[in-house]
Ligand binder design. Structure first.
Ligand SMILES: [Zn+2]
Length: 338
């Protein structure tokens, strides 16, 4: 083996060290341009025909505080955006990538919506495929008022001037408080024009609050069925139940085989059940009065008056009940003995 052959491994090591060092230097000087893959990158402007597909080119990729920041630009619509999480899929970053510039296409369309088409704010948002808040902010930036078209429709309400938007939302909320089960048809009879206004401006809001004819029929049938059920339960209680026990919604429901929440949670929409319950369910006062009367009858037959001690013995009320209903009990005793 010659001397030169012995030296070869050392040469290799030196060469590798040299290359490694220079490679590190190279990477530091010029960042890796690969984290966001190769172009074309998708445009994130929903109004652009390149949305989600292509159209964008890379402006730059840089490193800042451990983040890999990529900036992209769609030449066709002018949208410029920035991402910092290279691993995210389009669906993950599209909605909240930082928009450095919405671009001419976006602003032109916004101008047209407000100035030419004179759309209501909610329609502007729909056309722009964006939120009302975003379009309002962007419009303000270019000196436009998103509300300019809604303010042209003003209603008088108790001498106040309100926008159509406010007027219709308030009116419908008011009606719903009185008629929680409202169909579109019924709404239109109560307040003509409302349905049309909402279908143009804020249909989702209205849809969430109205019931369909089918739902309404379903619940109407449900109510009548359960009303019969509760009436049967009440007569069972009267025939077979403990007469000393207070009649409550809970007891009625148990006997009727219903969960209390099924009835209690829906009372506001069931007028007939509400009326029946109001009639037969006992308040604490009503219950005390019923029981005292029975006791007073018995004492009367013996020629005696009913006194508090009888009640204590006969009813075994909780001490708190005596405290809470002291005046009521006192008055009731006087009345029964009088
Ligand atoms: Zn674009």
């Amino acid at each position: 083996m010659s001397v030169s052959e012995h030296l070869r491994p050392l040469h290799h090591i030196l060469l590798m060290e040299f290359l490694k060092g220079s490679a590190e230097g190279f990477y530091k000087a010029a960042p890796d341009n690969e984290p966001y893959g190769n172009g074309p990158w998708p445009c994130i402007n929903k109004l652009c025909r390149h949305y989600g597909k292509d159209g964008a080119e890379k402006i730059s990729v840089s490193y800042l505080n451990g983040q890999t920041i990529g900036q992209f630009h769609c030449a066709e619509c002018g949208m410029k955006y920035q991402r910092s999480r290279s691993w995210q899929t389009f669906e993950e970053y599209a909605g909240h990538a930082m928009k450095l510039d919405y671009g001419h296409l976006w602003y032109d369309k916004l101008r047209k919506c407000i100035l030419e088409d004179k759309l209501y704010p909610s329609d502007v948002a729909k056309v722009m495929k964006s939120t009302k808040k975003t379009v309002a902010t962007r419009a303000a930036e270019i000196g436009l008022d998103i509300n300019v078209n809604s303010r042209t429709r003003i209603f008088d309400k108790k001498g106040e001037r309100v926008s159509a938007d406010e007027y219709y939302h308030e009116k419908v909320s008011e009606i719903l408080r009185i008629h929680p089960e409202l169909t579109a048809k019924e709404l239109n009879e109560l307040l003509p024009g409302t349905y049309a206004w909402f279908s143009k401006n804020d249909f989702q809001w209205l849809k969430e609050r109205l019931v369909t004819d089918r739902e309404k029929r379903y619940w109407a049938e449900w109510e009548q069925k359960q009303l019969e059920n509760l009436k049967d339960a009440y007569s069972t209680i009267q025939k077979e139940g403990d007469p000393n026990r207070r009649v409550t919604i809970g007891w009625l429901c148990t006997v009727a085989g219903l969960r209390e929440s099924e009835i209690k949670g829906r009372l506001h929409r069931f007028e007939d059940i509400r009326a029946f319950i109001g009639e037969v369910v006992e308040s604490k006062e009503e219950w005390l009065e019923r029981r005292f009367k029975v006791m007073a009858e018995k004492k009367k037959e013996l020629g005696q008056e009913i006194v508090l001690a009888d009640i204590r013995r006969g009813m075994r009320l909780k001490p708190n009940t005596y405290k809470k209903y002291a005046l009521f009990i006192d008055d009731l005793l006087k009345e029964l003995n009088g």
